[in-house]
Design a protein around this ligand. Structure first.
Ligand SMILES: NC(=O)c1ccc[n+]([C@@H]2O[C@H](COP(=O)([O-])OP(=O)(O)OC[C@H]3O[C@@H](n4cnc5c(N)ncnc54)[C@H](OP(=O)(O)O)[C@@H]3O)[C@@H](O)[C@H]2O)c1
Length: 271
């Protein structure tokens, strides 16, 4: 094994795809989780909470590279701060961060913006923590993963009428392809903010939901809802898209078809 790489968020949708790829590349892998887990031959688990900083110093000790994927709807800047503090003490030689396309173009200024789009403000603040850390760093911004679109569609399809943000478009990307890119970046030299990674096609939100409904032979009326605020306006203008960076290959339709044929095993379709 070349060296040990810490993957925060290694238990999440993206992280579960990054961990085996790092291992296949010959890296020892340590995964941080808030919950105690049994490790195996391939992966060591450590327990810690980035929101409080508890357990983080021990988690980073002895690792040269950190792939920071842990995230939630709130407070990612605080998580980044705790990680950076520990990583600086440990002398980490490369910090790789995953962010979201458009964080610099989606203004989160009013209470309405913060309530609905606070996540984007928090990701931008976390990016700045990484960039200002003094550590060698690389940040990749990706568009929404197919898995996220699927989860939203599943939740919405439970409703008798589906409210869909009017004018919103998405360019979903395959999480497995993002994992490939992150591993390539982690094994390379620190590169700062690298070009965005977006899926192959831009879709209206309503088209994505209809695709899901059709695939599951469901019928639901879709009700367009105009969201207020500057962040929503930026979304309608396509701030979350990167059409000139449509480097992802797997389409939403291909993802859905694969998921339908093997619903319980995400690794079948993404590795
Ligand atoms: N989903 C998307 O469409 C998308 C698009 C672009 C970028 N991203 C970014 O990609 C990253 C991964 O997204 P995902 O969809 O894979 O996330 P996810 O499935 O929701 O997983 C979140 C991960 O974060 C960890 N985590 C959350 N809070 C933590 C805390 N306080 N301390 C330590 N670990 C914590 C969780 O670990 P435990 O539960 O085991 O503690 C889990 O492994 C996030 O940073 C997200 O912002 C996501």
């Amino acid at each position: 094994m070349a060296s040990t790489t810490l993957v925060t968020g290694g238990t999440g949708t993206l992280g579960r795809l990054v961990v085996p790829r790092l291992h296949d590349a010959g890296h020892g892998v340590r995964v941080l989780s808030r919950h105690p887990r049994q490790g195996g031959d391939d992966v060591e688990f450590v327990t810690g909470d980035l929101a409080t900083g508890e357990g983080i110093q021990a988690a980073v000790e002895g690792t040269e590279i950190i792939v920071h994927l842990a995230g939630s709807s709130k407070g990612d800047e605080d998580k980044a701060r705790h990680l950076v503090r520990a990583a600086s003490r440990a002398g980490t030689r490369h910090l790789v961060y995953i962010s979201v396309v458009g964080v610099d173009r989606i203004p989160v200024v009013s209470g309405v913006d913060r309530t609905m789009f606070g996540y984007f403000g928090s990701k931008l603040a976390a990016e700045r923590v990484v960039a200002d850390s003094g550590l060698p760093w690389t940040t990749l911004r990706a568009t929404q993963f197919h898995d996220l679109v699927l989860m939203v569609a599943q939740q919405m399809a439970r409703l008798p009428v589906i409210p869909a943000a009017a004018g919103f478009r998405f360019q979903p990307v395959d999480a497995g392809e993002v994992a490939d890119r992150l591993v390539q970046l982690a094994l390379g030299t620190p590169a700062g903010l690298v070009p965005d990674m977006a899926g192959p096609q831009v879709h209206e939100m309503t088209t994505l939901i209809r695709g899901y409904l059709q695939a599951h032979r469901k019928r639901r009326p879709i009700l367009p809802v105009r969201l207020p605020g500057r962040a929503a306006r930026a979304f309608r203008a396509g701030a979350n898209l990167a059409p000139d960076r449509a480097v992802g290959r797997r389409t939403w339709e291909q993802f859905l078809a694969a998921r339908l044929s093997s619903p319980s095993d995400s690794s079948v379709v993404t590795r």
